[in-house]
Design a protein. Sequence first.
Length: 367
Amino acid sequence: MLKHKDHFHGSDLEKIEEIYGIKKEDIVSFSANVNPLGVSKLIKQELAEHIDVISSYPDREYTSLRSVIAEYCGTDKDNILVGNGATELITLFIKTVSPKKAVIIGPTYSEYERELSLAEGNSIYFPLNEADDFALNEESLISSLNESVDMLILCNPNNPTSTAVTGKQMRHILDACKAYNIFVMIDETYIEFCENYDEVNCVSLTSSYNNLCILRGTSKFFASPGLRLGYAICGDSDLMKEIAAIKDPWTINSLAEVAGRLMFTDNEYIKATKKLIFSEREKVVRSLRSIDGIKVYNPSANFVLCRITKPGVNADILFDAAIRANMMIRNCSSFPYLDNTYFRICFMSPEDNDRLLTLIRSTIEGS
C-alpha cells in the first residue's frame, strides 16, 4: 500500500478554523469540488414543505427514486442501486466482488485503496504519466493486465487530474478485462461537469458488459454532500441481487429520497450549473496558462490540476497564502505520484475565481 501524506481535505474546514483562527463560514473552499450554486431553490422549498416525511420509513425498495434516476441516466430502474453516498456503494461492490488483487488507475481518490485493504485485497496502481498530461494510455493499461487481476478501478473524470476516458476507450478496456474475468468499477462522480458528456458517459455499456458497475453521487454536481445520496448502475442482475441481500435497509433517509426524486428533474438548475462551469472553466484555465511558472493540465471536470514550475515556490506556500486570504485550495502532495509542486482548484463564482487568480498570480510571479 502506498503511503499518503496528511493534508487538508475539502471537508476539513474545522481543522482550518482551529489552526488558522479563521471561521469556517468565511472560507471559500476551492478544494471541495462542490457546485458553487449551492442547493437549488426547488430542493430547499420542497424539503421544507415535506419535513413530515421523517415521521415515516421510506420505501424499502426506493422504487420511485430508482425510476427517476434511471430516467435521468437512460437505463432501467432494475439496474439502479441507491446507497448512502457513493462511499457506501464502493464498499458494497468491493466487499461483494471480493478481489484478491485490484488495479487502481492513479493518482486518484484514496477511498478505493482503503476499502480494498479493509476487504483484505491487494492494490496495485497503474500510474498516469505526467509526460502524457495524465491522459490514460489504454494500450499500456491493457498490456499490464493478466489473470491475476480481479478488479480494475478508475475515476472518470479522474480526481485530481480532471482527465477523462471516452466510452470508446472504455469498450476496448472492458473487452480486455472480460477476457481475464476482471470486474471494472468506474466512479463517474464528476461526469455531469463534462462538456463532452455523451463521449465520456459509459452507462450504455452496462447493458453489454456484466463485468461493469458505474458509481455516481449527488454531492458534487447537486451541491449536497450532506445529503449522502449515491447510486450505482450495473447490468449484472445476479450481482445486484447479491449486494441488495447484504445491504442494510433504509440507508437513504426520507428527506434524501424526496430530494433525489426532485433534483434529477430540476432542469433549470442543471442547465444553470453547466452554463456556469463551462464558462468559468474556460476563463480560469486561460488565465492560469498566462501565469509564468505554472503548467496547467486540460480539465474535463469542475476542477483543474496545476503544477508549479517556478523554483522556490510550491503548493505549501500557495496554500498558506490562499488560506490567509480566506480561500482554500488543494495541496495535491497527498495523492500517489504527486508532490508539493501540484495543486488543484475547483471553479467557483466568477468573483471568487477572479480573487483567487489574482492571488495565485501575485504569489507565483512575486516570489
